[in-house]
Design a protein around this ligand. Sequence first.
Ligand SMILES: [Zn+2]
Length: 173
Amino acid sequence: MKIGPLPTELDLRSLAVRGAQVEGIVAEESLPRLRQAGIEMAGPVAAAFSFERDESGRYIVVAAIQATVLMICQRCLGPISLDLNARSNMACVWDDQEAVALPAGYEPLIVGQVANLREIAEEEILLAIPVSPLHAEDCGTSEQKAALESEPAAKKEVSDRDSPFAVLEKLKT
Ligand SMILES: [Zn+2]
């Protein structure tokens, strides 16, 4: 089955009643908030949602979002590609008041009659993006080490040449 773009207008509560599942992709053009935040995507976002009702009758949305973002490593300032896997367990609520009353383990998803799954996927990516992305390997440390090693060596060379003792040695011979 070919996976198409995510729908933008869905009644999440009726999907939960039906126990539906929705999968789709979101093109980079459909992610305006990420673009505004200066976050470059390495490709389209893959999203899978499953809808259900819990034992208290809440409308539950379980989202699994996969995306690869291109950022700048905060240690070596080189490009870094990050694979994000965001999973969340959300409960549909109508307002903030209902949101604060949710039990632990549910994230509030404030939605009206219809919701845009692309916007929800985008929000999940924004939440999953690290504030300070770093390469997994010790990128900065090795560069700093190299800088530290070359610096004293250069100084040593200069001091040998200019040393008054070196001049004396020359005069003795
Ligand atoms: Zn780095």
